[in-house]
Structure formats: structure tokens, C-alpha cells
Design a protein around this ligand. Structure first.
Ligand code: NI
Length: 188
């Protein structure tokens, strides 16, 4: 089991609509195990499969955020469907592992109710409030190719794009500095 690398904006994969999972088998369970490791390593509250480049309708939410004890395993949602979002809203800073170090205020329903399959293929319903409800709505958006950046106005959107471009450039330069020998020895 290994953590996977996280797909970052503006990678076009993030815009794909993820497809339903046909059956909950060992491949799905393996994917969930790797996503769990990836999310824990990145200290995220949730992660959708498309964020590790697998376009299937599956996301996980940190166990503590989902109402469990601290350090409990993440709650798994396969083929999730939002049943209800409360009219009562919450506005709070929201982040996304595909947008490193970006936090923007997003208005979401205060409560959300979801139906999904668990890792045994059984249907269940879950209702979240506050951060849990926010995560359910955010991760469901991922499955439909909708992203954090769609929640902000055009000016803020440009600022975020510029910041992420700069961060990616800085990372590339750092990586190049770390491997000067390999660069010099490259045949071109
Ligand atoms: Ni996200």
C-alpha cells in the first residue's frame, strides 16, 4: 500500500465526470486503502478518487470529520447521491488538496444527507452537519468535475490561478536544483 500523488489544478482530469462503480471488489478496496494513505499524508479532510487520477464515483471523508473518534478510519462513500441539502447555510473557509494552500470562503448547506454504498457494497445513508456537511458537498462536486475555484468570483479566480502557477514553477526549480547532475548529463 502506498500513497498516490494528488492531481492538482489546472490538470484537466479534475474536470472529468467520474463514472459509477459497477461492483465493490478488491480493486475498489485497494484503491480506498491507497486513498486513505494519501489523504492522511496530505492531512486532508476528504479525498475523491479523481484526485488520485481514478475517475470513479468514490470519495472518503476523514473519520473524525465524519463524527468518529480521532484517528478512526475514513468514512467511504461509493456511488454517492446527495438526497438533501439544508436551506440553512454556512459560510466558511474551504480548502482542497488539489489547490495546495488555497482557502476561500464558500457558502454551503449547513446539513447534507447522502446515500451511498459502503466497502461491503451495502447501501447506507449519512447525514452531516458543519464541516462534515461541507466535505460531503465538496467531494460530491469533485465527482461532477466541479472545483473549489468555481465557487469564487473572476478576480479571486485569477489570483488563485497565478498563485498556483507560481508555486508549481518554484517547485520545478527546486526539483531541478536538487538534481543538477542528472540535468547536466541529459542528452537533451
Ligand atoms: Ni477537493
Amino acid at each position: 500500500m502506498a500513497a498516490r500523488s494528488i492531481v492538482r489544478f489546472p490538470d484537466p482530469q479534475l474536470r472529468r465526470r467520474s463514472v459509477e462503480i459497477d461492483g465493490v471488489d478488491d480493486d475498489v478496496r485497494q484503491l480506498v486503502a491507497e486513498m486513505t494513505e494519501t489523504m492522511v499524508e496530505a492531512e486532508g479532510a476528504g479525498l475523491a478518487a479523481i484526485q488520485v487520477a481514478v475517475p470513479v464515483r468514490l470519495f472518503i471523508v476523514d473519520g473524525h470529520v465524519a463524527g468518529g473518534a480521532e484517528g478512526s478510519p475514513p468514512k467511504v462513500f461509493i456511488n454517492p447521491e446527495i438526497l438533501e441539502i439544508s436551506a440553512e447555510a454556512q459560510t466558511g473557509d474551504e480548502g482542497c488538496l488539489s489547490f495546495p494552500d488555497v482557502f476561500v470562503p464558500v457558502k454551503r448547506g449547513l446539513r447534507a444527507r447522502v446515500r451511498a454504498l459502503d466497502l461491503d457494497g451495502n447501501s447506507f445513508e449519512a447525514e452531516g452537519e458543519g464541516l462534515y456537511a461541507r466535505a460531503l458537498q465538496h467531494e460530491t462536486d469533485h465527482l461532477n468535475g466541479r472545483l473549489l475555484i468555481d465557487q469564487v468570483g473572476p478576480v479571486k479566480r485569477e489570483i488563485i490561478k497565478r498563485k498556483l502557477r507560481k508555486d508549481a514553477e518554484a517547485e520545478r526549480e527546486e526539483a531541478a536544483d536538487r538534481e543538477p547532475a542528472r540535468q547536466a548529463g541529459s542528452p537533451g
